[in-house]
Design a protein around this ligand. Structure first.
Ligand code: FES
Length: 233
């Protein structure tokens, strides 16, 4: 049975439990999905203080087939970025979470033509340094048509044809146990277009359950364990 249980949307009030630090927003639409604990490759809770810096980490959220980047930028993300989606809907990205507020998460699906880290190949990833067609360092770069996004500023578009920022994944950080929990999304979503474009492929890979929501926990893996080949440009 298809298990797509969209949890609803609201403008951003604080909805975290006491003592937690959440990626919250004001004035923009938040979409609440399942609360999902991030784990390491073994299934143990991921410790925010141990997330490696400037590494491409990938996890599935909010659907089992939709990848997201988890990035420790090793510098504090700019708080409260004013952004807008391709329809002009404005929202406020709240910045990073974690012990030093350096951890951010975004859908790993390019807002242009939906390139993503597929099992065979990935055209999109975080790049620490400039090089080749990439004039800037510290960006998320899509080699398909060279859209670039600033992960420290809500994944706003820096260059290329992307019409809107990457969808932000909302995270909660609990300093009591150093844990990270995904709670929803913020900004323009591209999931319906993603499911439509890759329907045949996703149906084969997920036995028709690609629209199932992730529940409980989700493993965070280095991109090298998710994709056989990464395009550099
Ligand atoms: S799909 Fe990413 S720039 Fe075109």
């Amino acid at each position: 049975m298809q298990r797509r249980r969209f949890m609803g949307a609201c403008s951003g009030a604080l909805l975290c439990s006491s003592g937690t630090q959440a990626a919250t927003a004001s004035g923009g639409e938040r979409r609440h999905y399942e609360r999902v604990r991030l784990t390491d490759a073994t299934g143990a809770p991921l410790r925010a203080s141990q997330v490696p810096a400037r590494r491409n980490l990938v996890f599935s959220y909010p659907y089992v087939s939709t990848p997201a980047f988890l990035l420790n930028l090793a510098r504090q993300a700019a708080p409260r970025q004013e952004l807008a989606d391709s329809s002009g809907n404005r929202y406020e990205w709240p910045g990073g979470v974690g012990p030093a507020r350096t951890i951010v998460a975004f859908a790993a699906i390019c807002a242009h033509r939906l390139a993503y880290p597929a099992r065979e190949i990935s055209f999109i990833s975080y790049r620490e340094k400039a090089g080749g067609a990439n004039q800037r360092g510290d960006v998320i770069h899509c080699c398909a048509e060279h859209s670039q996004y600033d992960p420290a500023a809500g994944a706003r578009v820096l260059a290329g044809p992307a019409p809107q920022p990457l969808t932000a994944i909302l995270l909660e950080y609990d300093p009591k146990d150093d844990s990270l929990t995904a709670t929803g999304t913020l900004g323009g979503e591209v999931y319906d277009a993603f499911f439509a474009k890759y329907e045949f492929k996703l149906t084969l890979e997920h036995a028709g359950r690609q629209r199932d929501l992730v529940a409980g926990q989700t493993r965070v893996l280095p991109i090298e364990q998710v994709c056989r080949q990464q395009v550099q440009c």
